[in-house]
Design a protein around this ligand. Structure first.
Ligand code: WTA
Length: 665
């Protein structure tokens, strides 16, 4: 473990010296939707006439119920507004428009349950289901602008629920089914939701995740805004139904009309909220608008995924994350594509599940996360070799920097050397992919997300806000012009939006929160977060959130959480804890460590479970009382300590923090 950071650093410097370069393959390039000359023309146009560029795309890509005259309203910058006097409906765009275009019988969704059951939903069927749910929501009194929280497994009904909200102008807030009751409660309360849509249970790794039970416990406190709970019968496990509040999805929808006129909404009408971790203990509800969001997700499907009529697109993300919003629910459907969704664990019942799904559904584009690639890579080449992966033509990666080794394996073993890899950089806040290769045009280098897409202006600034000069100098990744799918605000806390993303460089540009550098060719290489946010298995977790969960335990007096490199998850969690009563180094704390790991999992989510807990008599602090996080990070990574520790009250705690002091038996 102690050598982890060393290998992490070797990775970064290897990235610096990464010489491998893959030119676009002629065969792919010949058919690509976006040819080199077109891409160059788009870049040129965006550079010369930024607003004209976006205006034309918004007019040609979206079906406006009422067209717009204002492209960008920056009068309230940094709360930018795009196409704001136009009107449309996102669900109309994803469903009705596709049926009108002749895709009524085409599969919109191919669903595979963990049990192996397969369901296919055509665009027509999806449209009818969405309308029934939209009418059902209306029958419960849900109105335009109301918030609906969705806490479901990854089943077609999750997409139905999201699209139904969009259809009536309600704002959805999806909470990942792996989040605990407490996290769910916090999000429901923050959104002030009037309806919760959940299921009896979900399936994961052969077990049933008790979603309804978690929902009941979430609703027990602080969620007075919730009037109704809609429960999908899915896993078949017994659940308690609360008279007058709860109703079954199938009963509620049984008598609803399969038609529902879309509610035309202003372009800036909020489409959804999605809570994500920041540097404080409280997750922030990132708020996205309708038209601008849809424009970027729709376009990026064409530019980055080269999405065409006959593609079968599988983005493995859950709809609880932004990737599942943009590249499962909205982007592909707005392009009339067929998406695959899979409910369960990637290695259930064995390590061949992903590859079997690719084979059985004829997946042509696979979009997944480095953590999954690394986990499957560890199982060896023999497993994927058993499956026919010849339908694949393009591979994508998202969520964290992909290490060159995993990139090469993905390329060689999964893509069989034929498929371009698009390493896509973006965030919950950016709505859509901003930096990525364009397959067939951009030469790729393992570990680099390459270059910004047309209309995106990215830079790397130093502490003073000056662009870094020269290649391979690290700095803050920023986007220097607003773009349509930029998050509009943080729900209920616009000041936090301004402070988090705009304040550092005086409102001039959007601060992504990532460190990055460029190579001599101008390619971007993302190094990782520069704030107190961890990226564990592609999931954002605030160190403060985990610390608050820890100190909520009766035995914990103080806690500090840091990340350290982890072979599969990218980043692992180490918590330093000062506890009440128990002495570090005793057998008692070993049991307590286990208890605390379980406690955090229950308070937040199993994703947040610390890999290790280390106890100490005190935490290292500066004279002003701030926890010395840099020191803790160095200790976590087993690095030699460069800091002066002589000011510590008790220098002996460094040995404890290092874990040198073993518990006595
Ligand atoms: C990281 C996920 C390197 C980054 C879409 C970012 C990446 C955070 C990449 C956002 C990539 C995402 N290369 N790092 N291709 N993609 N990240 O909001 O640190 O869950 O800030 O959105 O993931 O995570 P989020």
């Amino acid at each position: 473990m102690t050598s982890n950071r060393e290998s992490g650093e070797v990775d970064i410097s290897a990235v610096l010296h990464e010489q491998r370069r893959f030119e676009p393959q002629a065969q792919f390039a010949a058919r690509a939707r976006l040819q080199a000359a077109q891409l160059a023309a788009l870049h040129e146009r965006a550079g010369k006439d930024y607003l004209g560029f976006w205006r034309e795309l918004a007019l040609s890509q979206l079906n406006w119920h009422r067209s717009f005259s204002v492209t960008l309203d920056d009068s309230q910058a940094p709360n930018y507004r795009w196409f704001c006097d136009g009107e449309l409906n996102v669900s109309h765009e994803c469903l009705d428009v596709q049926i009108i275009a002749g895709r009524g019988e085409k599969a919109a969704i191919r669903f595979e349950a963990e049990t192996g059951e397969v369901r296919r939903l055509s665009y027509r069927q999806l449209h009818a289901d969405v309308c029934r749910m939209a009418n059902a929501l209306k029958s419960l009194g849900v109105q335009m602008g109301d918030r609906v929280v969705i806490y479901l497994p990854l089943v077609p009904e999750a997409i139905v629920a999201m699209q139904a909200c969009a259809r009536i102008g309600a704002i959805h807030s999806v909470v990942f089914g792996g989040f605990s009751a407490l996290s769910l409660r916090e999000r429901i309360a923050d959104a002030g939701a009037c309806v919760l849509i959940t299921a009896d249970g979900g399936r994961r790794g052969g077990e049933i995740v008790q979603l309804k039970a978690a929902a009941d416990s979430a609703l027990a406190e602080r969620c007075e805004s919730v009037r109704n709970v809609i429960v999908l019968r899915h896993a078949g496990n017994p659940v308690d139904m609360h008279e007058g509040r709860d109703c079954w999805w199938h009963e509620l929808c049984a008598h609803q009309s399969p038609r529902c006129e879309p509610q035309w909404v202003p372009a800036e009408h909020p489409l959804f909220l999605l809570h994500t971790s920041g540097s404080t203990g409280r997750p922030k509800g990132i708020q996205h608008a309708s038209a601008g969001y849809l424009l970027n997700v729709k376009l990026s499907c064409q530019w980055v995924f080269d999405l065409r009529e006959d593609d079968v697109f599988w983005c493995t993300a859950d709809v609880g994350w932004v990737t599942g919003h943009s590249y499962v629910c909205y982007g592909p459907l707005a392009n009339g594509a067929t998406v695959v969704i899979y409910e369960g664990a990637p290695t259930y019942p064995d390590g061949g599940r992903f590859w079997k799904i690719c084979q059985d559904h004829g997946v042509t584009i696979l979009y997944t996360a480095p953590t999954a690639i690394r986990a499957l890579m560890r199982l060896g080449d023999a497993i994927p070799a058993r499956y026919d992966l010849s339908s694949l033509r393009l591979l994508g990666s998202v969520g964290e920097p992909i290490n060159p080794e995993a990139w090469m394996w993905y390329h060689r073993v999964i893509g069989r050397g034929r498929c371009p890899i698009v390493d896509t950089w973006w965030q919950t806040e950016t709505g859509a992919i901003l930096i990525s290769p364009v397959p067939g045009v951009t030469a790729t280098k393992p570990g680099s997300c390459t270059l910004p897409l047309p209309g995106i202006f990215a830079d790397i600034l130093d502490e003073r806000g000056e662009p870094v000069t020269g290649p391979e100098i690290g700095g803050y990744l920023v986007i220097t012009r607003p773009w349509p799918s930029l998050a509009r605000t943080i729900w209920g806390d616009n000041q936090r939006y301004i402070d988090t993303y705009w304040r550092k460089f005086g409102g001039r540009c959007y601060l992504a929160g990532d460190g990055a550098y460029r190579d001599a060719e101008g390619y971007f290489w993302i190094v990782g977060r520069i704030d107190d946010v961890l990226n564990v298995a592609g999931h954002r977790l605030g160190t403060m959130e985990i610390e608050s969960a820890l100190v909520a335990h009766a035995r914990v007096a103080e806690a500090a959480v840091v990340g350290r490199p982890h072979e599969i998850k990218g980043e692992g969690i180490l918590a330093f804890v000062v506890c009440r009563g128990a002495r570090p180094g005793t057998a008692e704390v070993v049991t307590l460590a286990e208890e605390l790991r379980g406690w955090v999992a229950a308070q937040l989510s199993p994703i947040a479970r610390p890999d290790e807990i280390r106890f100490a008599d005190a935490l290292p602090k500066t004279r002003s009382g701030k926890i010395m996080r840099r020191l803790l990070r160095a200790i976590a990574r087993g690095e030699p300590l460069s800091q002066d520790v002589s000011t510590l009250e008790n220098p002996a705690i460094v040995a404890q923090l290092r874990g040198d002091q073993q518990p006595s038996a």
